[in-house]
Design a protein around this ligand. Structure first.
Ligand SMILES: C[S@@+](CC[C@H](N)C(=O)[O-])C[C@H]1O[C@@H](n2cnc3c(N)ncnc32)[C@H](O)[C@@H]1O
Length: 313
């Protein structure tokens, strides 16, 4: 592949005909997220509580992987209507009641996702895999696109377009040679596109990200393959991801995950020792839940994830 802009190479590598996210094993084959295993159980319960608090009866999971979170949501409250959206066909092991829509991928959403009412729309680690322009300030102080070839070698591209530059000036100013910017405009537009599909409800984007004042000078573009962080190469063999400028998303509230989950009753306190004698199996279960709660709220880990909320209607 000739060198092209990162945004284009990234899209092809993840969502092209042989893209990473179209592979059989799915994201869970390459990295763990909070939606998997014991943390997923608590996260699902917290989301059910959030839906109940807002009187919402339908939960839509955008970027649903292979339905891991949906299965746990169904276990937590089988009366909720559930819909998953991802780039692959419906996973065969999903509970029958769960609906599924196939999406084009990246910033684009399927036509069938529309007119959502009374819906809690969750995008857990979706926006970080929506490709965005990667730019760097050159020796003359000009913010220019970085291009990349299939082996991951970078070269200089054109100066940023007017809207990308305006986004950068507003949200991620950079003037020192070598400073990198991951232009979040594509994520803002993807998120706005999702909000337009909702007639009434609450949308929440949950992701690792940053706010103005804490943008990383070198950028965050990286890759994962088979559980290991590797050099970002757009050849379809690895995930490609960059943190999300969460504060530039259209939102009504922006909180860290620790605060949100504590508010929803996720508590990492260990169970009382006495329980070990009176109910050893119950003690072990409670210990596992406390460990999962601690992991979900840990500083330097999942606890630092940001939740951008936007209520609609
Ligand atoms: C990092 S994985 C996260 C999966 C899951 N939400 C989790 O947290 O474990 C990102 C997922 O988003 C999906 N995805 C990317 N763009 C999408 C789109 N436009 N519509 C639906 N799913 C999308 C990918 O296929 C992938 O399964």
């Amino acid at each position: 592949m000739e060198a092209v802009a990162w945004e284009q190479a990234w899209h092809e590598a993840l969502y092209g005909p042989h893209g990473f996210y179209r592979s059989q094993e799915g994201p869970v084959g390459h990295f763990a997220t909070a939606t998997h295993g014991p943390t997923g159980v608590l996260l699902a319960e917290a989301l059910v509580r959030l839906a109940e608090q807002h009187g919402l009866t339908h939960v839509v999971d955008v970027g649903a992987g292979r339905g891991e979170l949906l299965t746990l949501l169904h276990e937590a409250n089988p009366s909720l209507r559930l819909t998953g959206v991802d780039v692959v066909g419906r996973p065969s092991d999903l509970p029958d009641q769960v609906e599924w829509l196939v999406s084009p991928g990246g910033a684009d959403l399927p036509d069938g996702l529309d007119r959502l009412t009374s819906a809690l729309v969750v995008a857990h680690e979706w926006l970080d895999v929506v490709p965005c322009p990667v730019a760097e300030v050159d020796a003359q102080g000009v913010l220019r696109l970085r291009w990349v070839d299939r082996a991951g070698a970078e070269s200089w591209g054109a100066p940023l377009t007017a809207d990308a530059l305006a986004w950068s000036k507003a949200h991620w100013p950079a003037g020192d040679p070598g400073q990198r910017v991951e232009v979040g405009l594509t994520r803002d537009l993807a998120w706005a596109g999702l909000l337009r599909r909702i007639d009434s409800g609450l949308a929440v984007a949950v992701d690792y990200g940053h706010r103005r004042g804490e943008r990383p000078a070198d950028g965050t573009l990286t890759a994962y393959r088979s559980g290991r962080q590797v050099e970002p190469v757009p050849d379809g063999t690895c995930d490609l991801t960059a943190h999300v400028a969460m504060d530039s998303l259209d939102h009504t509230q922006l909180l860290d995950q620790r605060t949100v989950l504590r508010g929803l009753g996720v508590n990492g306190a260990p169970p009382p020792h006495d329980l070990a004698r009176s109910d050893p199996a119950g003690y072990l279960r409670a210990l596992e839940r406390a460990g999962a709660a601690a992991a979900l709220t840990a500083p330097g880990g999942f606890g630092d994830f940001l939740w951008a909320f936007r209520s609609v209607g």
